[in-house]
Design a protein around this ligand. Structure first.
Ligand SMILES: [Ca+2]
Ligand SMILES: [Ca+2]
Length: 331
């Protein structure tokens, strides 16, 4: 099983309207444009870039050390013209972006941070990041509504070297206002923020904003080997995907899949295909008997195996658990 299949809690997702037309533009994104040294306060440091969008981008900065200066920052932004220029998002665009981020700092202080960056066009439009010294999972700055997953939630204490899943959905809510939902996942938990309405003058993403990822390393005047790496993997941008299962709403057959649950190409988990309480189309009658429930789980598990989503052992374990459950049994 992947690390993201395990979760300790999830927050119920509300069904919200969005603008379909706005997503069509997003589908033209085919690449990224690189902005190495967006901040270049330590020019003599060594930067190594690995460029393999969408599966993997990495930035490594070594020897970020000089008597004075703030930081080095390296960025990438989505592009629709094979990396020639950044894609410019508009105030009406609705979309979901997800990626896996591995941030490593050597040492962890001074601060290394990585995650999403919004730029308008190169001014600070806000960040949603993890960092090595504050151990945070936090969105702040620019026009982004503030949100922290860390706070008192020990599950979202970030440590250098962790691989985490980060995501966000920008959409128009039922009040007709632009809002954002942040998503965070790690080896033990997955969660989303509540929908947060934008409160800037433009009430949302400012026209002409570019969006992507970045690594920032704060200069150390004393540690000459001050270094860090950010690896961005499985970068995905689609129309809004409110359950963050990788299948956009307009083609997701099963809404409100629990966060970080394995789904098929239609966005359905095994539990959604074979719910303990009985199939939704059964008018509340539930399963005829326990055997019918177990057969439904077995059918779903066989499909997941055939699609390469689970192993044979996992399939057997799922069927065994279904057989031992009380689901479908008459009381
Ligand atoms: Ca979905
Ligand atoms: Ca789904």
């Amino acid at each position: 099983m992947s690390m993201y299949q395990h979760y300790t809690r999830h927050i119920a997702l509300v069904s919200l309207g969005f603008t379909m037309a706005a997503s069509a533009q997003i589908s033209t994104i085919n690449s990224v444009v690189y902005t190495p040294r967006q901040f270049n306060d330590v020019p003599a440091a060594t930067l190594t870039v690995v460029s393999n969008y969408p599966s993997l981008i990495s930035f490594e900065e070594q020897n970020v050390s000089k008597p004075t200066g703030f930081a080095n920052r390296d960025s990438w932004h989505f592009s629709k013209d094979s990396g020639a220029s950044p894609f410019l998002f508009g105030n009406n665009d609705a979309f979901t972006i997800t990626m896996d981020v591995t941030l490593t700092g050597d040492p962890i202080s001074p601060r290394k941070e990585a995650g999403f960056v919004f730029n308008n066009p190169l001014n600070d439009g806000g960040e949603f990041i993890v960092n090595t010294d504050g151990h945070e999972f936090v969105a702040f700055g620019g026009f982004l509504p503030f949100y922290t997953f860390s706070g008192n939630n020990i599950a979202f204490k970030f440590n250098s070297g962790d691989t985490v899943r980060m995501g966000l959905t920008v959409f128009k809510d039922s009040n007709g206002k632009n809002a954002i939902i942040y998503f965070a996942g790690n080896a033990t938990a997955c969660a989303v923020s509540p929908p947060l309405e934008f409160s800037n003058t433009e009430l949302g993403v400012i026209d002409g904003t570019s969006i992507g990822g970045y690594l920032q390393i704060v200069n150390s005047p004393t540690i000459t080997t001050n270094s860090g790496t950010a690896v961005f993997q499985n970068i995905k941008i689609t129309g809004p995907d409110f359950d963050f299962d990788g299948v956009p709403d307009d083609v997701d057959t099963c809404a409100n899949t629990p966060l970080c649950t394995l789904v098929d190409a239609n966005g359905c988990s095994i539990d959604q295909l074979a719910p303990c309480a009985g199939p939704a189309f059964d008018n509340g009658g539930g399963w005829k008997n326990h055997g019918q429930y177990t057969a439904a789980v077995a059918q779903a598990a066989e499909q997941f195996l055939a699609q390469g989503l689970i192993s044979s052992d996992q399939k057997d374990a799922l069927i065994s658990a279904a057989a031992q459950s009380p689901c479908g049994s008459k009381k």
